[in-house]
Design a protein around this ligand. Structure first.
Ligand SMILES: Cc1cc2nc3c(=O)[nH]c(=O)nc-3n(C[C@H](O)[C@H](O)[C@H](O)COP(=O)(O)OP(=O)(O)OC[C@H]3O[C@@H](n4cnc5c(N)ncnc54)[C@H](O)[C@@H]3O)c2cc1C
Length: 482
């Protein structure tokens, strides 16, 4: 069987390197502190260690926001955002534990003295920067978790989250440099200043450098077509003939004039294949303020594009067959893959499963049928509701549909790419795993960061985060009892 592969190197560090780097950065201050002072009692040492680890984690939150392709490009936006959210919760535990450990163990005969001690610690003028950090973390994390229930726009939430994160990073640096047993250590001071400046430069740079880049770009809207109910295909082209060197399945952040600013950009999968005559197309479902305005977008509107990003691609899939599964607007990256495979004359068997809510929500078949025909690909089109047309089946996707899609293929040698609503993706993931596709051959992309871990693969990822936290926890214990 012949396979056509373009082996382009994707930006980003390997997951193992990132995990190792994270642990190394988290425990480096503990190692430096070991040489700085002789230990006092284990509770105080544990409190210091928790504070130092929390400080590193807080600073690294600035760079785990998914915007740094050179760091997380290979890991992908899904895992990066899951990591950001998981570590944020752990950070809450650590910043609360840090002052409490200073008053442990509790003297049960005088509980009020413990309480008074906590209050004295938190209100001491010297600890003001530490208190600011604590309050900001306790605000940022719950507000991030509740952001879709808050009566504010996504942009407002994003701006306040960013400002609070930067203020918290500055406050924690001041706290580290001025308070505590290890504040006088020169090695630690150099470490904290280096880490904080690095993280702040990257976080602020995302907005300042990109602001200039976005204003200078010459992308503009060249076409806007309705492809289904509340589903728009938007095509962009650069006046200077600039192209986007993307891989099928990747996404870009886009913004339109008059709001061509980093704060107002939104992520969308690129629905066109690479090298589509300089035109970059997006398939966008109306969801809220930004996407609802796209139907009225004028031809010629200047646009800004930041990308390509993401690792939801077929580039490194060496399997003998490919199954592409899309639900709703999840069709966008799958369409890019389908077109790319057809254009490259793919000879491996390709299967396509596409489920839509009803006939009105089904994207124009002209978008995918020519590619299916070119590939000789077998397809299954499903509608959840309403009357079915010719060659359409009753949805939602079931195990039987998946078994049909895999019929005649070796599941152990098949790549399965899934994009759609969270519930559909976890059901499909579970379904194809049950049919013998190894988890390593299944890849999916979420359009909504709100959706928590739902697949076996997600749970494996969370187990890896826990392992990482445990290694750091052991380092804290070792430091406290040294
Ligand atoms: C990697 C990725 C690829 C995506 N590809 C597509 C696609 O091809 N087609 C498509 O229609 N949709 C896609 N989305 C979803 C799309 O980004 C959101 O629907 C859109 O940003 C909603 O903005 P809004 O203001 O219209 O809606 P809102 O009502 O403001 O938001 C709806 C939800 O979208 C999310 N969201 C809003 N703004 C942003 C933002 N700036 N960054 C991240 N999330 C945001 C929030 O969870 C929010 O609850 C993708 C999302 C991601 C993460």
């Amino acid at each position: 069987m012949t396979t056509t592969h373009i082996s382009r190197r994707r930006a980003g560090l390997s997951p193992l390197f990132l995990a190792g780097g994270y642990v190394a950065l988290a425990i480096a201050p503990l190692l430096l502190a070991v040489f700085a002072e002789t230990p006092v009692d284990p509770w105080t040492e544990a409190a210091s260690a928790l504070g130092m680890v929390a400080a590193v984690m807080l600073l690294l939150q600035l760079v785990s926001s998914g915007r740094f392709e050179f760091l997380s490009g290979r890991v992908g936006i899904d895992i990066t955002m899951a990591f950001h959210k998981w570590m944020a919760r752990l950070l809450v535990v650590l910043v609360v534990a840090h002052p409490l450990f200073f008053v442990l163990p509790i003297d049960l005969s005088r509980p009020y003295s413990t309480w008074n001690h906590v209050v004295a610690l938190l209100t001491a003028p010297a600890n003001a920067a530490g208190l600011v950090t604590l309050v900001l973390v306790l605000l940022m994390v719950p507000l991030g978790m509740l952001r879709d229930r808050l009566p504010v726009t996504h942009e407002f939430w994003r701006a306040t989250h960013g400002v609070m994160a930067i203020v918290a990073a500055v406050a924690v640096l001041l706290h580290l440099l001025h308070v505590g047993i290890y504040a006088e250590s020169l090695a630690l001071r150099v470490y904290w200043i280096g880490l904080a400046l690095g993280a702040l430069a990257l976080a602020i740079g995302v907005y300042t450098v990109r602001l200039r880049q976005m204003q200078r770009q010459d992308w503009a809207v060249v076409a806007r077509r309705k492809r289904a109910d509340r589903l728009w295909e938007i095509s962009l082209k650069s006046a200077s003939g600039r192209t986007l060197d993307h891989q099928a399945g990747q996404f870009a952040w886009i913004a339109f004039a008059p709001r061509r600013f980093p704060l107002f950009d939104h992520p969308f999968s690129i629905a066109s294949p690479p090298n589509a005559e300089g035109e970059v197309r997006f398939l966008i479902q109306e969801a809220g303020d930004f996407t609802r305005g796209l139907g009225g977008l004028e031809i010629g509107t200047p646009a800004a594009l930041d990308g390509p990003h993401g690792s939801f691609t077929l580039e490194d899939r060496q399997c003998g067959a490919i199954v592409l599964i899309a639900g709703g607007v999840g069709l966008a990256p799958i369409l890019s893959m389908l077109a790319d495979l057809a254009r490259r004359g793919e000879t491996r068997p390709v299967r396509f499963v596409y489920a839509a809510r009803d006939a009105a929500a089904l994207a124009d078949p002209a978008l995918f049928v020519p590619h299916l025909e070119a590939l000789g690909a077998r397809s299954t089109i499903l509608l959840d509701r309403g009357p079915l047309g010719p060659n359409q089946r009753q949805g939602p996707i079931t195990r039987e549909h998946l078994a049909e899609a895999l019929e005649g293929l070796d599941p152990r040698d098949t790549a399965v790419m899934i994009c759609g609503p969270g519930g559909m993706m976890s059901a499909v993931c579970q379904g194809v795993t049950g049919l013998g596709v190894p988890p390593a051959h299944i890849r999916y992309e979420r359009f909504d960061y709100r959706q928590g871990p739902s697949t076996a693969k997600d749970r494996q990822v969370i187990r890896n985060f826990r392992l990482l936290a445990m290694v750091i926890g052991l380092a804290v214990l070792g430091f406290a009892f040294r």
